[in-house]
Write a protein that binds this ligand. Structure first.
Ligand code: HEM
Length: 538
């Protein structure tokens, strides 16, 4: 490129002019000053002292000092990839337009670009990817109507059903504030006093709590959403991703063996698969229920601790997703990616699920703090379509969201001076009727044990054994009051389940060692797991 050319031809920001003597590879400061010596501080003589007007050094070192942004408060460890979603134009055998007018689903073969971030939940940004933990499965769809984020997990249910409990739950699961060590006693203390957690505990303590990698795991939106059609009618929706690669989980012993050698195995697996052209693929299914309370069910459809049974509420395919491109820069794309449950497009809506409502505030709130108030101007988060707002200023403003031809003086609406105006109202508004007393109360159909018992009974024998062994090992380091409460709850789920855990704890004897979640092991338990010696393939 010749001196004086600009790669974009517009604006200063991407102007790439070079000073005489520079070439494309010459180092500069962020001010564009050539860096002629990058090996030595400016000092008095060869031995110093250094001086404070060392602008080049100060720019370099103070930028370095700020390289980290706050980690995500949960889901800090993650890996990401780009790809596309391809719609089937149908939901099962029916036209998808019967249920939603969302444009991305309407036409068979229509592709929408996506970015996906997989994660583990509790520990920090470089923690091992073998830990027992749910896995995050967050997808950003860059649709023609703006972004849609489907922020899910690998498991289809969650520990709690009310957002007000989330900070307590996360405090209990994260390391102890005194020792900085994750502690089984704190984990089970919260769970045994929150019986709605039993179903999720049953999944997480089984091999389903350690997916073998990110490619061979399912995904689920977990919370209940709505779809809205052209007539303004809504249905309740749950989303599920099914991997074409099959599902693979690890026993505790298998996970420990991997962790001893590689604590980045899931990130590596995803990156290498995409590099060699072995693109992972998932099919997207929805479950649909009419938009009412469903008194015929023995659970509330807005309760995210419950599965919507497949036999009663079928899974209907709506499209597929392929991941075919690795990020070019981990920090810019994966670390700064910001997903949220509030990010829906026309044809979708929120249900009254109390977790979903709490989540919807939390994500964008934390991102304004974690990434900054202009996080939506970053390329990974910005929609791949026109943006025109009257939002201005704030830290790290990168661009002005103006329409071409807009009067730059007019950053308000309404105005007669060529400012932005409201978009035309084409679609019928969805206007749910809401009525009731304001109160603080639990939902009525809590039914905390039934599905947990069904899940236990549906496990293969080796999964049951592994679940019991993990629970026994973890609970053996807990106080008797917590052991007793857990045994009580598990017995309500299934008599055999509770009995086997009680017997195991008795045999094990209590230990005073409080190890990290799932990491305290007797020799017997490890040998037992090794004897089973195989993964959960299904
Ligand atoms: C991340 C809050 C429940 C899935 C986060 C973050 C917060 C949060 C603050 C960090 C976001 C960031 O820094 O960008 C909450 C609250 C919940 C809740 C308040 C309950 C009231 C759930 C549930 C799921 C889930 C039920 C599963 C469906 C995720 C995922 C991420 C995440 C996948 C990581 C997103 C990414 O990759 O950047 N959550 N969460 N969360 N949460 Fe939740």
């Amino acid at each position: 490129m010749e001196h004086g050319t600009s790669v974009t031809g517009s604006g200063n920001v991407l102007d790439r002019r070079m000073a005489p003597g520079e070439d494309e590879m010459s180092l500069t400061t962020r001010q564009g000053h050539p860096v002629k010596n990058n090996q030595n501080l400016r000092t008095v003589g060869t031995r110093g002292p250094a001086t404070l007007e060392n602008y080049q050094f100060i720019e370099k070192i103070t930028h370095f000092d700020r390289e980290r942004i706050p980690e995500r408060v949960v889901h800090a460890r993650g890996a990401g990839a780009h790809g596309y979603f391809e719609a089937y134009g149908k939901v099962g055998d029916e036209p998808v337009s019967k249920y939603t007018r969302a444009k991305l689903f309407q036409e068979a073969g229509k592709r929408t670009p996506v970015f996906v971030r997989f994660s583990s939940v509790i520990h920090g940004g470089h923690s091992p990817e073998t830990l027992r933990d749910p896995r995050g499965f967050a997808v950003k769809f860059y649709t023609e109507d703006g972004n849609w984020d489907l922020v899910g997990n690998n498991l289809k249910i969650f520990f709690i059903r009310d957002a007000i409990k989330f900070p307590d739950m996360i405090h209990a699961f994260k390391p102890d504030p005194v020792t900085n060590i994750q502690d089984n006693e704190r984990f089970f203390d919260f769970c045994c006093n929150s019986p709605e957690t039993m179903h999720m505990v049953t999944f997480v303590q089984s091999p389903w709590g350690i997916p073998a990698n990110y490619r061979q795991m399912q995904g689920s939106g977990v919370n209940t959403y709505k779809w809205v059609n052209a007539e303004g009618e809504a249905v309740l929706i749950k989303y599920h991703w099914e991997p074409k690669q099959g599902i693979k989980n690890l026993t505790q012993a298998e996970a420990e063996a991997i962790q001893g050698k590689n604590f980045n195995h899931a990130t590596q697996d995803l990156y290498e698969a995409i590099e060699r052209g072995d693109y992972p693929e998932w099919e997207l299914f929805v479950q649909i229920l009419s938009d009412d309370d469903h008194p015929e069910l023995d659970f509330d459809p807005l309760d995210d601790t419950k599965l919507w049974p497949k036999e009663q509420i079928p899974w209907r395919p709506v499209g597929r997703m392929v991941l075919n491109k690795n990020p070019e820069n981990y920090f810019a794309e994966v670390e700064q990616a910001a997903f949220g449950t509030g990010v829906l497009v026309d044809g979708m809506d929120f249900s009254d699920d109390k977790m979903l409502q709490g989540r919807t505030l939390s994500y964008s709130d934390t991102q304004r703090y974690r990434v900054g108030p202009n996080y939506l101007q970053l390329p990974i988060n910005a929609p791949k379509k026109r943006v025109a707002t009257n939002q201005r200023d704030g830290q790290m403003t990168y661009d002005v969201d103006m329409a071409p031809g807009q009067n730059p003086h007019i950053n308000y609406e309404p105005s007669s001076l060529n400012g932005l105006k409201e978009a035309p109202r084409e679609e019928i508004d969805y206007m749910p009727h809401v009525e009731g007393k304001l109160m603080r109360a639990s939902i009525e159909r809590t039914n905390d044990y039934k599905q947990a018992g069904e899940t236990y009974r549906a496990f293969d024998d080796f999964e049951k054994k592994e679940l019991i062994s993990n629970l026994v090992n973890a609970l053996s380091s807990c106080s008797p009051v917590i052991q007793e409460k857990m045994i009580h709850h598990l017995t309500q789920c299934d008599e055999e389940y509770g009995r086997r855990v009680a017997e195991g704890i008795k045999q094990h004897g209590t230990s005073s060692h409080h190890g990290p979640l799932g990491a305290t092991h007797t020799h017997e338990a490890v040998e037992d797991a090794e004897r089973k010696g195989h993964s959960t393939d299904s």
